[in-house]
Design a protein around this ligand. Structure first.
Ligand SMILES: Cc1cc2nc3c(=O)[nH]c(=O)nc-3n(C[C@H](O)[C@H](O)[C@H](O)COP(=O)(O)OP(=O)(O)OC[C@H]3O[C@@H](n4cnc5c(N)ncnc54)[C@H](O)[C@@H]3O)c2cc1C
Length: 524
């Protein structure tokens, strides 16, 4: 487990009781706490006190960029109520994230515009901030932290987020709590990783019931009566709050920023409103096709929710709630079996169960791995059988070999692969099923599996709206054997790693329309 330093008991918790860390619990997890927060979700990140005469409680909206169904915001509201202080919400767009581009910036700003409008008239102060110079956000945060009683931030199991939280814990003069709103299972629920989805499913089936009672409130601000805050003029002068609507309308301001300008905004809109519409459209029109037809690239029956989940514009709890309402489901329908079966456990329709297997089993196994393993995106994190077989076949002859630039330009001999890469470049996504083929072919056409991993990570993180997510690396490393088993007969280059081919894909699903729509045959 990744280690954080332990903090002594804190006299200033909202209940004015000392939170107690049990000797058997993971570091910094408060196990005794008469608060509404699930102790598994709250991690104390430093040993600083709550500053009782601070000006406000600061909620740093780092990863869960929404205002509903949100443990982090709920926790910040709880602090503000207990301390009788205003609540300040800081949401920022920085220039220092991997492959920063107008595509990601626009998606984030659309989310900010929604949050600004949803928070209008609420008893909180929303501070949207857009960096003009790399690193400005850090200065603003430190300035705010010196005025705050306590800071609450979103926990997120990626190195970039963890590093930011670690630096903040060191620099802030007040208490910093990281709150986990990532999944239906708290990140700290499992203390081990799982070799297969089957093993994780079994774990889930044993433990899931306990987490059904700890859903976040839909609207954490509903009954909040908090004092008003006037932001100090000096802060506003040095770090002027952004006007997201204006920035969305006049995009010229981005031109001189250090962004990858070739990665242009995608047509898909960001933000909680677009996310909720996408969810409703999926539940009402697409779910009934999900189990049987979602692999058909012509029809696109999957939800399209991954970018919203990645940026936290929509919570997995909200998706689950809406789904169970539609399914008229209750806890009593859960099976008592813990055999790890994919179907029949939830007691829902076949389509709903199939969707939940992706949304919960596959999504959360990736969060589990990223939380517990610092090497989550390293080649060496593959299971031993995959490392061995890939090494044995590393020297195999390749009929086709492409450079990183050729892959990026979608300039291979294979129209289906090119179409998938073109979809990634223009739409910021690849159809669900073809994403697997996309990765498998990069393995087949690269000089080595290590080189393939680098290309996959770069192209996915740079162009995909849902990139730089725990599931980016579980998906990419799945192409090289993670969460899978050995397959026989062994094949050149792949060895025992599962093989996929465009010809087989074309036999299973109709790809002609997909290739034509995405210009996959433009070089042929
Ligand atoms: C090479 C490769 C790269 C990938 N990169 C990413 C990425 O950058 N970001 C990302 O979120 N997912 C990634 N995935 C996983 C998966 O392809 C996407 O989550 C899915 O295609 C998103 O489309 P959707 O929202 O319509 O999915 P749906 O089928 O509607 O599923 C609902 C949700 O379940 C989760 N989910 C579905 N399939 C998977 C899966 N196989 N693994 C993990 N979670 C899943 C996602 O959160 C998704 O939004 C990758 C897979 C591969 C093979």
């Amino acid at each position: 487990m990744k280690s954080k330093h332990k903090c002594p008991a804190d006299r200033n918790s909202p209940t004015r009781q000392s939170p107690v860390t049990s000797p058997n619990s993971p570091p910094n997890v408060i196990t005794q706490y008469s608060s509404t927060a699930d102790p598994l979700r709250v991690s104390v990140e430093n040993c600083q006190p709550v500053i009782s005469d601070g000006q406000f409680v600061l909620y740093w909206m780092l990863a869960q960029r929404r205002v509903t169904d949100h443990f982090g915001l709920e926790r910040a509201v709880e602090w503000a109520r207990k301390l009788h202080r205003p609540l300040l919400i800081l949401e920022s767009v920085t220039l220092v994230y991997d492959y920063a581009s107008p595509r990601q910036h626009m998606f984030l700003l659309q989310g900010m515009a929604d949050n600004a409008s949803r928070l209008r008239g609420k008893p909180v102060t929303y501070y949207p901030f857009v960096e003009r110079i790399p690193g400005e956000r850090g200065d603003l945060l430190r300035a705010l932290a010196t005025l705050a009683c306590v800071v609450v931030v979103d926990d997120f199991p990626m190195a970039m987020h963890r590093d930011l939280i670690r630096d903040a814990a060191r620099d802030f003069p007040c208490k910093l709590e990281a709150v986990d709103s990532c999944g239906l299972l708290p990140l700290r629920a499992a203390e081990i990783t799982f070799p297969t989805a089957f093993a994780f499913r079994r774990y889930l089936q044993r433990t899931f019931r306990a987490h059904l009672n700890t859903f976040p409130a839909h609207d954490p601000l509903k009954h909040a009566k908090l004092p008003a805050l006037k932001l100090p003029e000096q802060l506003r002068a040095v770090w002027p709050p952004a006007q997201p609507e204006r920035l969305l309308a006049e995009r010229g301001w981005m031109r001189n920023l250090p962004l990858l300008h070739s990665v242009e905004p995608a047509a898909m809109s960001g933000g909680s409103t677009a996310a909720e519409h996408t969810l409703t459209a999926f539940l009402t029109r697409k779910l009934s096709h999900y189990a049987d037809d979602r692999n058909d690239p012509d029809m696109d029956w999957s939800s399209g929710l991954s970018p919203y989940l990645h940026f936290g514009h929509l919570s997995v709890h909200r998706i689950f709630r809406d789904l169970v309402k539609q399914e008229d489901w209750s806890e009593g329908k859960l099976s008592t079996s813990v055999a790890g079966k994919k179907e029949g456990w939830w007691g829902m329709s076949r389509n709903a169960e199939s969707f939940l297997d992706e949304l919960i089993t596959w999504r959360e196994i990736g969060y589990n791995f990223t939380h517990l393993r610092e090497d989550y995106k390293d080649y060496s994190s593959l299971p031993p059988w995959a490392l061995k077989t890939l090494a044995e076949h590393c020297g195999d002859k390749r009929d086709w070999r492409y450079s990183r630039a050729e892959f990026e330009q979608a300039a291979t001999h294979d129209p289906l692969w090119n179409a998938a890469q073109m979809q990634l470049r223009t739409e910021g996504r690849i159809h669900n099923y073809l994403r697997m083929l996309w990765g498998k072919k990069i393995l087949e056409w690269s000089t080595s599996p290590e080189a393939a991993l680098e290309v996959m990570i770069e192209l996915n993180d740079k162009w995909a709206l849902d990139g730089r997510d725990p599931n980016s690396y579980s998906g990419i490393l799945w192409c090289l054997g993670r969460y899978d088993r050995p397959w026989f007969p062994e094949r050149p280059i792949f060895g025992q790693v599962r093989y996929m081919s465009s010809a087989n894909t074309a036999r299973k699903v109709n790809v002609k329309g997909y290739i034509a729509r995405n210009g996959g045959d433009r070089f042929l």
